[in-house]
Design a protein around this ligand. Structure first.
Ligand code: IPE
Ligand code: IPE
Ligand code: MG
Length: 258
């Protein structure tokens, strides 16, 4: 006979709730960023079209958002579409552009209820109007919330972000809005798309790729990095807790002696 209780106890014989309570006693990363990778390979392993992997990945987004919120994470940035992902076949890009709408139609009421505040970073101009409208509605409907910030990086590329910031700084200097003498790391950061967010404390990338793929190059300067071979649709609450546990064991020195 299958012992149901045993199925729940996957790590050191702890249930998710028990493991969470222990993790909550340690330092919780304020800002977690995730490169959600491996949807296509998840689908291929099952002889399904790549978009089936993206659909499944959406469920992981919901699960991990809920957990991050319960843990007391302040901001969760999710890399959903890069400026380089336009190179993919049109059919796949079209599907990815419809995902925010689909995700929010299903989950927005829960996000509102759970005090999650939706934000987005990335170039909106190139996105179809239905994608932007769905995100704008979510941002608007959750703007009074003050729980977890759920920040979608959509049509986001770090180099494009930095270039745009440089142009903006130059323009402000030309117009006398900004004084060149005041330009430093702190003031420059305010020109980035993450201006209201602290730098990530923890970066997670799934699917076994050990690279940043043009994600938050400025902001990740002192972030703790955690990689897993698990594909995004298979990424569970236990994996997230494992990443946070690993974070809790690290000694962050920021160049000093700790
Ligand atoms: C991540 O999964 C989702 C996006 C990049 C939009 P992929 O689609 O990159 O999946 P793999 O890497 O091909 O398995
Ligand atoms: C990074 O994944 C972008 C997102 C997760 C949205 P990719 O699958 O696009 O990255 P590469 O091409 O393997 O570097
Ligand atoms: Mg990929």
């Amino acid at each position: 006979m299958i012992n149901k209780n045993k199925l729940w106890k996957t790590h050191n014989n702890l249930s998710l709730e028990e493991r969470m309570e222990i993790v909550k006693k340690g330092p919780i990363p304020s800002h977690v960023a995730i490169i959600m990778d491996g949807n296509g390979r998840w689908a291929r392993k099952r002889a399904l079209p790549r978009i089936a992997g993206h659909h499944e990945g959406m469920k992981t987004v919901r699960k991990i958002t809920r957990l991050a919120n319960r843990l007391g994470v302040k901001a969760l940035t999710l890399y959903a579409f890069s400026t380089e992902n336009w190179k993919r076949p049109k059919k796949e890009v079209d599907y990815l552009m419809k995902l925010p709408q689909e995700f929010l139609e299903t989950f927005l009421p829960e996000l509102v209820e759970e005090n999650v505040k939706v934000q987005m970073m990335g170039n909106q101009q190139q996105l179809p109007s239905y994608t932007v409208d769905a995100i704008k509605k979510a941002i608007n409907d959750t703007k009074q919330n003050n729980g977890l910030i759920l920040n979608f990086a959509l049509n986001y590329g770090s180099r494009a972000e930095i270039m745009e910031a440089v142009h903006h700084v130059l323009e402000d200097i030309r117009n006398g809005v900004m004084n060149e003498k005041l330009l430093n790391e702190e003031t420059f950061s305010r020109y980035l798309m993450t201006k209201q967010l602290p730098d990530p404390d923890l970066l997670i990338r799934t699917s076994g790729e050990i690279r940043l793929s043009n994600f938050m190059l400025w902001q990740l300067a002192y972030t703790e990095l955690w990689f897993t071979d698990t594909l995004w649709p298979d990424f569970s609450e236990h994996h997230f807790l494992e990443a946070v546990e690993s974070y809790q064991k690290r000694s962050r020195r920021f160049g000093g002696l700790g």
